[in-house]
Write a protein that binds this ligand. Structure first.
Ligand code: ZN
Length: 442
């Protein structure tokens, strides 16, 4: 049994609690006591504000190598995508594993204890499979283990390069022959180890037709695993879908039987009221990725209206323009203020819920995301002594609206210490990022 005494901890309410004693038996919390004024002897002292581990519910690890290369220059989502494809065509399993290890370690430093890796870079350049057709997926699972975080490998079905078009160029690496072949490949992943689970994705309704969406939805239902999809990120995607099928992307997914409490719509930036009602009544989740949506010029998702319709919220750093859930939380609220002219649409507690419990639910780890008995022992401690947070009236509001990944001082993931004094215990993260990114561009 390991005992942690937290100066302040967020246990899910509107305010942080002072003096919280949390005991872990192995990977799980066994007891959580509030109002313990001083640290009992033999406990690990966590000074500052302790939060449950964040979940990065939508990640494409290799996009991290685009940081600082794609932020300037005129263009759009579609021109960015061409730059991303160039990178996608250059990675092999070894360079991908090394890069992902550094990226997942960067996530650990930012307080993320689990990642939903939306994985579509499956095959060799040109599209023929590796000897093990899941070689790149296994590289990602291994990378997460080395970085000390959990992973849901959200293996992504990708069949077409746009409504009815064959995959071209880098897209050939993403594609399986058909939905049936995709199910067989994902089934052959087998057990990935205690830190990893399998999930599934429909890349988008651009890349998977209605009949194949239904095949994927049925297959994931039989296995009771999470199903994600990029949905309505761009107006052009909605227009093409309506022209081809007479339905919005949400409508196509609903008709395919994909919408339920295991489903997560990623982005959902250009959703209609009817789309929101469909997702909400299904009890589905929406994964917002505000820093990427800003970076790509996607638009601002209607997070308040989505939550009011009954959907859960989660957060992802997606293209990794930055890896910082403090920024994703504040952006969720602040970007909507710019659009609506209203303030206070989401409380700090709601935003933290999206970053923690909402995310873990979305990627299939319902036993994580809270500091409570029976929950996985994921403890992220933010220092309140740094210049960004010193003197704050309310620790929770200050942390959500002014905190940053660099304020994270310690991270325990599943009972294992991963970050101490702001440093990763196993990995020199900045060095590995620099070296692995240089390698993929040579
Ligand atoms: Zn994405």
């Amino acid at each position: 049994v390991t005992a942690y005494w937290c100066e302040l901890a967020w246990l899910g309410g509107e305010r942080a609690e002072a003096g919280v004693l949390a005991e872990a038996d192995g990977a799980f919390l066994s007891s959580v006591e509030t109002g313990v004024a001083t640290a009992p002897q033999g406990t690990t002292v966590l000074r500052g504000l302790t939060l449950p581990g964040f979940c990065n519910a939508h990640s494409h690890a290799f996009h991290r190598a685009l940081r600082g290369r794609v932020q300037s220059g005129h263009g759009s989502f579609w021109t960015w995508r061409e730059q991303m494809y160039e990178l996608a065509d250059s990675l092999g399993p070894d360079s991908y594993r090394a890069l992902a290890r550094a990226v997942f370690a960067e996530m650990a430093l930012a307080g993320m204890t689990a990642v939903g890796e939306f994985h579509y870079l499956h095959h060799r350049p040109g599209g023929s499979p590796y000897e093990d057709p899941n070689e790149t997926g296994r590289a990602l699972v291994q990378a997460a283990a080395e970085a000390g975080i959990r992973i849901t490998l959200i293996d992504t079905c990708y069949l077409e390069g746009g409504e009815g078009r064959k995959p071209e160029g880098a897209q050939r690496r993403f594609a399986d022959r058909d939905a049936e072949a995709w199910t067989k490949r994902v089934d052959s992943l087998g057990d990935l180890g205690p830190h990893a689970r399998t999930g599934a994705a429909i890349h988008s309704v651009r890349a998977v037709g209605p009949a194949e969406c239904a095949t994927v939805a049925t297959w994931t239902g039989q296995r009771s695993i999470p199903l994600h999809a990029h949905v309505s990120e761009q107006p052009a995607e909605n227009e093409a879908c309506e022209a081809a099928h007479g339905l919005t992307p949400t409508g196509v997914l609903a008709a395919a039987g994909a919408l339920n409490e295991r489903f997560t719509a990623v982005h959902f930036t250009h959703s209609s009221e009817r789309d929101r009602a469909e997702l909400g009544s299904a009890g589905a989740t929406v994964c917002l990725c505000p820093t990427t949506e800003r970076d790509l010029g996607d638009g601002v998702g209607a997070a308040r209206a989505i939550a009011d319709a009954g959907a859960s919220l989660s957060l992802g750093s997606d293209s990794h323009a930055v890896i910082d859930h403090f920024v994703e939380m504040s952006a969720t609220e602040l970007d909507q203020r710019l659009v609506t002219g209203e303030r206070g649409l989401h409380s700090s507690s709601e935003l933290l819920g999206a970053a923690t419990l909402g995310g873990h639910h979305s990627i299939g780890w319902p036993e994580a995301g809270t500091i409570a008995p029976g929950s996985l022992c994921d403890l992220v401690t933010v220092s309140l002594d740094g210049v960004r947070l010193a003197g704050a009236h309310d620790a929770l509001d200050a942390t959500v609206f002014a905190g940053a990944a660099c304020d994270v001082r310690s991270v325990v993931a599943g009972g294992q210490e991963v970050v101490r004094d702001g440093a990763h215990l196993m990995i020199d993260v900045a060095t590995e990022l620099r070296e692995t990114i240089a390698e993929v561009w040579t």
